[in-house]
Ligand binder design. Sequence first.
Ligand SMILES: Nc1nc2c(c(=O)[nH]1)N[C@H]1C(S)=C(S)[C@@H](COP(=O)(O)OP(=O)(O)OC[C@H]3O[C@@H](n4cnc5c(N)ncnc54)[C@H](O)[C@@H]3O)O[C@H]1N2
Ligand code: MOO
Length: 401
Amino acid sequence: MRKLISPSQAQEAIFQMLARSPSIDCPIDQCAGRILREHVRADRPFPPFNRSMMDGYAIRAAEIDVSGTFKIIAQAPAGAPELTLGNEPSVCAEIMTGAVVPSDADCVVPYEVTRQIDETHMQVIHPKDHAAGDFIHAYASDRPTGEVLLAPGIRIGSREIAVAASCGCKTLLVSAKPSIAVVSTGDELVDITATPAAHQIRRSNDLMIDAALKRRDLPAAQLAHLPDEPNACQAQLQALIAQHDLIILSGGISMGKKDYIPAALDALGLHCQFHGVAQKPGKPLGFWSHPECAVFTLPGNPLSTLTCWHQYVLPALDHFMGHDSPPIPPQLSLEAPVKARDDITIFLPVSRKANNIASAQPANNSGDLVRILQSDGYIELPPTQEKGYPAGKSFDFHLWY
Ligand SMILES: Nc1nc2c(c(=O)[nH]1)N[C@H]1C(S)=C(S)[C@@H](COP(=O)(O)OP(=O)(O)OC[C@H]3O[C@@H](n4cnc5c(N)ncnc54)[C@H](O)[C@@H]3O)O[C@H]1N2
Ligand code: MOO
């Protein structure tokens, strides 16, 4: 490990070195969850005509007299071109929701507030209750033609799909998904299909990372396992670096005699941006870069891997994809006093209770992956000379994926 840097310096270093994903055209029905890389402008006004908001009658408001009676002279269904009421006074058109309001009408009166007199006449029950503009979604009142409706960098959800579809976008320019390899290391680890011997454990970090990536719609292109043997480890890493944009590796990066990863990455010509962060868990976190590939080395203890994935890899993926305005983390306030450190940041697992209260759920240590089940996420406790924080103090909360 090198000189420890702070969590914010680590994040800054990652953002500075990480390239941007290229943009690709994507069919609109496959864009949900992706990051937009173009401006989408209104190709016509929103709405493109005076749209009736109710089923009822289109009238001229100034013609409502004490009798409230109108002659029905036309039908204006949705999907029919604009019509006019003409010169005859006190006439109306029967109109449907979504239909174009006749050019010389200015008010829509819903059926519920009228009474049908006969086949061709209706009466407005309370004549004084209606005015010009009622129940008309006016032409261009939402947005004029040419206005930017969607800007680059946003995550596309159902609302954005609806707006883009309304503008006639069959495809959208979005960030290409990176090819990601998730890599585990360590001779003590066996595949879940194998029965572990007494000295072995089943591999779980790789599946944990892949599951979190899948929730972000970025499944790993490859899961690989490296042996604790320097030459094989370096050769396999070289092949992985050649094939993928990002590598998320867990384990083999602290100070053990068989922690070969840092030396292998150095030997392969990658540049170590940092190795060692003043935080717990996750102190041996590292980041190596190369023009075509970036490697996150997450400490192998499961809670360290999980926390570092959330704190560093997830924002880095957003940055890589061009999504630069991730949501501001909610603040939770401590239910009871907690211990902190004066030299390092603590990421403390907590459960989220009503009224945004954080209840500490510390693990036994960062190898305890079962206790994490009782937490909903973690809060970030910066270093403090007091070595603790009182009940009621608020901190950024990050939900587990
Ligand atoms: N002398 C020092 N020793 C250690 C330091 C240190 O600063 N000085 N840091 C400690 C910290 S903090 C952590 S965290 C760990 C991280 O070590 P590594 O990244 O080298 O991880 P390993 O030693 O390979 O594994 C640690 C632990 O996690 C288990 N593990 C690893 N990968 C997986 C996986 N894919 N699935 C499930 N479990 C996994 C592994 O079996 C070990 O038990 O180093 C401390 N040591
Ligand atoms: O990074 Mo370690 O998580 O303190 O065991």
